[in-house]
Design a protein around this ligand. Structure first.
Ligand code: GLN
Length: 473
């Protein structure tokens, strides 16, 4: 096997030479990224090899996670030239584990999107079909792992941004429980929804990486002080007696038949392996998309207020005569710096929070959010996990949805409730469509029950071959 194809656990087991590994990955990037465009920039190769559980493992980082003294832009023009003065907590943890920071990856600007087309740097292409999107917003991270340009990667997930691109690119993507992983140094989109998580070639690597990044952090007041188990201990092939819930609201019209068939085949395989399933109901599912787009845009519009041309990144170079005071400078910088989708979100969020509308939109959305959370609480009284498709379709064509934001928003229909409820979710490969595009299976569990996810995902993976398929590039 080529060095760039190895998983982290193979690298660790075989004690692969870190210098050769880094070289192999850089060569792979030079060879294929002209076509995939997943990598925004390489991290400097420090030459030294850190000790730890991920010693020498090359890892790609989504461009919204701060790396000290390294350009970090959220794929936005407004963060031009921004080099954070500190490392995000996950980066510190990776360094302490000896990982090799390889590169920054492309994303939708500020993580707004489901296709990685909303990037200031241009779209990333799906390694399985270069005319299609890799999903988003962590499309660069998913495509980099799928095309063997990185051994593993970090993404962020506010409404599906790790799981949906994982599903489109045929890799494993995990959104941990809200509070499991520190958000310190993650440039905020929707602070009550955002979580950082792993994108990997298989389930074992996902557990290895979560082991490293999880845990309480005094720098993030929403991180939870509960012990981090050794997630690799959950890599057990056993689902006997496991109770799976199949939410009827997730198998609706509009879902691609090939996706539905692949997901049902997976459920039946788990049943054959000893699990049991039953239909459940998550009755408020139909409100998830509108609720999310009020909560997420409200938080985004507040979080983005800090980008005003004063402290970070771009300051408009409009002619002096056009800018007569500070307010003009704010306007001109924000006008020049933000892309179309970012502006749309700022307007939607500002509207939902404005006086007179706040109660009608924002406060009401918070109440519905509670109902959605209660649906899951109720369901988990009688099942151990919930299984759904990750996305209603496979990867769509580049440009197909860019003029229709609503249809783009609907591609997150199966992933956003998870974020509203704060629960963990994983997407694993579960088949291919006739046109050779990967299909993803989503597994959900109770808060802090990532171990249950790993157990089910690992059992399924070890009984199938989907995760071993590679795109031809
Ligand atoms: N696609 C969703 C959105 O556009 C989710 C993005 C994300 O999880 N960052 O908001």
């Amino acid at each position: 096997m080529n060095l760039h194809e190895l998983t982290a656990h193979q690298i660790i087991k075989d004690k692969v030479n870190p210098r050769e590994l880094r070289k192999a990955l850089e060569e792979r990037i030079s060879a294929v990224d002209k076509r995939v465009k997943a990598v925004l920039r390489l991290c400097p190769d420090k030459g030294e090899v850190g000790k730890g559980v991920l010693s020498g493992v090359p890892i790609a980082i989504k461009d919204n996670i701060c790396i000290k003294d390294h350009l970090t832009t959220c794929a936005s023009h407004i963060l031009d030239g921004f080099k954070p003065p500190y490392d995000a907590t996950v980066i510190t943890k990776l360094r302490n584990a000896g990982a090799n920071l390889l590169c920054s990856t492309n994303m939708d600007e500020f993580a707004f999107g489901s296709s990685t087309e909303n990037s200031f740097y241009g779209p990333t292409h799906n390694p399985w079909d270069l005319e299609r999107v890799p999903g988003g917003s962590s499309g660069g991270s998913a495509a980099a792992v799928a095309s063997d340009q990185a051994t593993m990667a970090l993404g962020s997930d506010t409404g599906g941004s790790i799981r949906q691109p994982a599903s489109f690119c045929g890799v494993v993507g995990l959104k941990p429980t809200y509070g499991r992983v520190s958000r310190y140094g993650l440039i905020a989109f929707g602070s009550s929804l955002d979580q950082i998580g792993p994108l990997t070639k298989d389930v074992e690597d996902s557990a290895l990486l979560l082991n490293v990044i999880a845990g309480y952090d005094p720098n993030d007041s929403t991180s939870v002080d509960t012990p981090v188990p050794d997630y690799t201990k959950s890599l057990i092939k056993d689902v006997k007696g496991l109770k799976i819930g199949i939410p009827k609201e997730y198998f609706i019209e509009g879902i691609d038949k090939e996706v539905k068939d692949a997901v049902w085949a997976a459920i039946n395989l788990l049943k054959k392996l000893g699990a049991d399933y039953k239909e459940i109901s998550l009755p408020h599912t139909e409100y998830a998309v509108p609720t999310y787009y009020i909560v997420a845009t409200s938080e985004a519009s507040s979080n983005l207020a800090r980008f005003d041309g004063v402290q970070y990144g771009l300051r408009s170079k409009a002619a002096k005569k056009e800018i007569s005071d500070l307010i003009d400078m704010y306007f001109a910088s924000r006008e020049a710096g933000f892309g179309k989708e970012a502006k749309r979100r700022i307007m939607l969020g500002t509207y939902a929070l404005s006086s007179g509308y706040y109660e009608a939109y924002y406060l009401r959305a918070l109440k519905v959010r509670t109902l959605i959370k209660r649906d899951f609480d109720e369901a988990f009284k009688s099942v151990d996990c919930i299984i759904t498709p990750t996305s209603p379709t496979g990867a769509f064509k580049i440009g197909e949805k860019t003029e229709d934001p609503l249809s783009m928003y609907l591609s997150d229909i199966f992933t956003i409730s998870t974020n509203l409820a704060g629960i963990p979710g994983i997407s694993i490969p579960c088949g291919f469509m006739k046109n050779n595009l990967p299909v993803g299976l989503q597994i959900l569990a109770k808060p802090f029950a990532e171990e249950a996810l790993f157990k089910v995902a690992y059992t399924y993976e070890q009984n199938t071959e989907w995760h071993k398929q590679k795109p031809k590039l």
